[in-house]
Design a protein around this ligand. Structure first.
Ligand code: ATP
Length: 296
């Protein structure tokens, strides 16, 4: 359970986060989205106890993160936007290094490392981290965030810069982590992925919360369903193009309506000119369309 009230972060007069409040109940995946500079990384760092807000309150699973950030350490796995790996180490040495920091016995580190690399489909081949591809590096950083088996994960753009296959693999892996009972707070620019894996989503704009809820709640909040009316017509020349803007493709004739009223007008125009409405498809705004509509 995460509860944030009125989190504000100021940088020398500039407000990166402005009175951000939200709560995320139970376990699951909480996605934070917004344009570049919206405040996502700043918020994730505050949630992970890495930076202190200028004001506000934050509790994660009963821990007062602002006043006792170290209390979170054992249960937190943090993945920074760009993780600098030690290029001359092997991935195994890298995990051993961090495992030891957490006081995990050597044999146990070896077992956990093997298990994590297998789960992440990471074949290290004894290479040094400097020789790894971007995807391999990201997987290593994810494995590192999990070596101490934390149940609270804060991931800053876990799939950024990765090819679609690797990106999808990691998204699926995050779902597995969630199904094991972990809570994940993440940011991402891949909005399609956010829609697919997040239980709740928060949209930030210039440091302020502009929307918060499940994808269904956001769709309701942003409304804007578009309708496509598919129709058949024996003589389309009888349709006045001024009154109905339609197109034809291999599925038949189609026109779009932005709301119920224009849907009715289109249907009536089709019927009045001798056509027949065959079916109506509705489509909600995607998260990407919502973000575009909100603007920078
Ligand atoms: P992106 O999607 O580009 O990663 P973001 O949503 O993660 O962006 P933040 O990195 O949180 O955004 O930055 C929010 C704003 O705060 C930006 O305008 C940024 O320049 C500013 N900012 C962040 N860190 C600092 C800092 N240490 N000092 C001054 N300004 C900062």
């Amino acid at each position: 359970m995460i509860t944030a009230s009125n989190l504000t972060k100021r940088y020398e007069g500039f407000i990166a986060l402005d009175e951000v409040s939200f709560s995320f109940p139970g376990t699951g995946i909480f996605g934070i989205v917004g344009h570049n500079g919206a405040g996502k990384t700043t918020l994730l760092k505050i949630i992970a106890g890495l930076i202190t807000p200028s004001s506000g309150e934050l509790s994660v699973n009963g821990i007062d993160v602002i006043h006792s950030p170290m209390a979170l350490k054992g249960t937190l796995g943090y993945l920074p936007e760009e993780s600098r790996l030690y290029e001359t180490m092997t991935a195994e040495e890298y995990l051993a290094f961090f495992g030891e920091i957490y006081g995990i016995p050597k044999e146990e580190i070896i077992v956990r490392t093997r298990r994590l690399f297998a789960a992440l489909s990471l074949e290290t081949g004894g290479k040094k981290l400097g020789e790894f591809s971007k995807g391999m590096k990201r997987k290593t950083a994810i494995a590192r965030s999990l070596i101490h088996n934390p149940d609270f994960l804060v991931y800053d753009e876990p799939t950024s810069g990765l090819d679609p296959m690797t990106s999808r693999f990691i998204a699926e892996y995050l779902k597995k982590l969630k199904n094991e009972g972990r809570t994940i707070v993440l940011s991402a620019h891949n909005l399609f992925q956010i829609e697919a894996i997040c239980d709740r989503v928060m949209i930030l704009r210039r440091g302020k919360v502009v929307a918060l809820g499940t994808m269904d709640e956001l769709r309701e909040q942003f409304g804007s369903i578009t309708y496509t009316i598919w129709f058949s017509h024996p003589d389309p020349s009888r349709i006045n193009p001024q009154s109905l803007n339609y197109r034809k493709d291999d599925r038949g004739f189609a026109c779009d309506a932005g709301d119920m009223a224009s849907l009715n007008v289109c249907s009536e125009t089709i019927a009045a000119s001798g056509g027949r409405v065959e079916r109506i498809e509705s489509r909600y705004q995607s998260l990407e369309e919502m973000l575009v509509a909100i603007g920078e």
